[in-house]
Design a protein around this ligand. Sequence first.
Ligand SMILES: Nc1nc2c(ncn2[C@@H]2O[C@H](COP(=O)(O)OP(=O)(O)OP(=O)(O)O)[C@@H](O)[C@H]2O)c(=O)[nH]1
Length: 361
Amino acid sequence: MQTDTVMDTDTETTALFPSDSRRGSPPGIPTPETVASLLKKPEKLLAGLDQNTPTPAPGAPRRRGSMPVPYKHQLRRAQAVDELDWPPQASSSDSSDSLGSGEAAPNQNDGIFKVMLVGESGVGKSTLAGTFSGLQGDNAHEPENPEDSYERRIMVDKEEVTLVVYDIWEQRATAHINVLLWFQKPLDLLTQRKGDAGGWLRDHCLQTGDAFLIVFSVTDRRSFSKVPETLLRLRAGRPHHDLPVILVGNKSDLARSREVSLEEGRHLAGTLSCKHIETSAALHHNTQELFEGAVRQIRLRRSRGLAGAKRPERCSPEGPAPPARRESLTKKAKRFLANLVPRNAKFFKQRSRSCHDLSVL
Ligand SMILES: Nc1nc2c(ncn2[C@@H]2O[C@H](COP(=O)(O)OP(=O)(O)OP(=O)(O)O)[C@@H](O)[C@H]2O)c(=O)[nH]1
């Protein structure tokens, strides 16, 4: 299948997608309206991320049901809670190894696929997430969907799955938490927690995602040059996992403004042992392939996990919790470095040859 094509439609897409009003946080103290909207955000994010946790008993006061959205998109908002679940249960002071939800055994999450959109600001993450609601047969599309997570059931290779796409990466999430703390918590809590709040949320994202789409804009070389750094951060956060990571060169329709070639994108993906695809969120080009490819990548790893890829030396027989938390720094450093580079040349070549094929490992 030919997945990477280039179209020159600069003028059309400008009209389709007006500039994003959410970008650029206002300097100084936010207005009450801004704060109110910001306060809602982390609640939704945390609620959506915690879908693995048991549903509260009937009558539990804090949780409310999911909000309705247009049926034509078969799209459901993630559940929301009325209060930030604070402090986080996972020990953020420990190494990231100790965070739990994403470390579940492969068969615990079989029906749900959680995909995180990550990358620099302005590369098109939200627009890509928006296109997700228009996939599979419904061309009607809401370009400015305000939500941060999208859940829907889709068919991939004749099998129905629940795919949840999160658009919550980094800068905005951190800013929300900091503003939340500034207005809601006493000064002592602020000083204790402000430093690690955004970090914790980001860690939680890292631990929860089943696959990561590192988005860059082919019209912005800076966003491309940030990809390795982002990938290192992802792999450092999940050192024991062969994470499905897809590099997404978005805005492929803007041919005349292109700064990153298709070959460069593929080459970087090969070097970093990732998959690669170019998309145009504006034109819905390759977006379906992207999300279905993410599902396939997760499935491939899950089936490999079920076939016995679990590491016995790291996990106890009963569950995913690693028995040895207190690892020496040297060992940690070695393991960290080992996760950054492909294990052998053959493996590397196989990966780089097929980096554009999202249906194989
Ligand atoms: N031409 C074109 N424009 C796009 C495409 N994808 C996104 N855009 C535009 O790029 C701008 C930024 O897109 P967003 O989706 O807000 O980018 P983002 O990565 O979510 O940015 P942050 O919310 O700041 O993290 C918007 O004006 C979009 O309309 C695309 O594929 N082609």
